[in-house]
Design a protein. Structure first.
Length: 171
């Protein structure tokens, strides 16, 4: 296998070597590092602010509806995930009127973000976590974890499996 140069997500030039692994060839420029760090920081901040800092009072008062689109843009939750909680037209109407989400809608969005954050913490990789959340899971009776997270009971079951994985218990 010939060595092949590529550029990874952070802008580092890498070379695929015989084993299929990558080795760094050239460090990214300062501007590429800054852009990658800024994007990662923004996504991390949104996840942190979206789940850890949403309190009972925040949810009860209702999350600002436009914040849901921010979560979608950064890939924390997808549009289909949001639709499980709030219909698209209702969300658009709330955003246009600058209304907050109702308590049950805010609770659902906070729950989805909490489950995504937990999965990302367990797998330590956004792509792996997202794949795990969106594929049928035998430990959950073949259900898709993200769909289960649309309900409180389902989210608890998903979080139980994530906790088992986190602690090395076969699931």
């Amino acid at each position: 296998m010939a060595a092949r140069k590529e550029t990874n997500k952070t802008g580092t030039e890498v070379q695929r070597i015989r084993s299929g692994a990558f080795k760094a060839v050239k460090e990214p420029s300062a501007s590429a590092k800054g852009v990658a760090a800024s994007a990662l920081s923004q996504r991390t901040d949104l996840v942190r602010l979206s789940a850890k800092q949403w309190t009972y009072e925040d949810v009860r008062a209702g999350i600002v509806s436009s914040r849901v689109r921010d979560l979608e843009k950064t890939g924390i939750i997808g549009r289909d995930d949001v639709r499980m909680i709030i219909p698209e037209r209702t969300l658009e109407r709330r955003i246009k009127a600058k209304e907050a989400l109702r308590t049950e809608e805010a609770d659902g969005i906070a729950r989805l973000v909490r489950v995504v954050r937990h999965a990302r913490d367990v797998f330590e990789n956004d792509e792996t976590a997202n794949r795990w959340l969106r594929l049928p899971n035998p430990a959950l009776g073949g259900e898709i974890p993200m769909r289960m997270a649309a309900t409180d009971v389902g989210a608890r079951e998903v979080e139980t499996i994530l906790a088992r994985i986190e602690h090395g218990i076969f699931s």
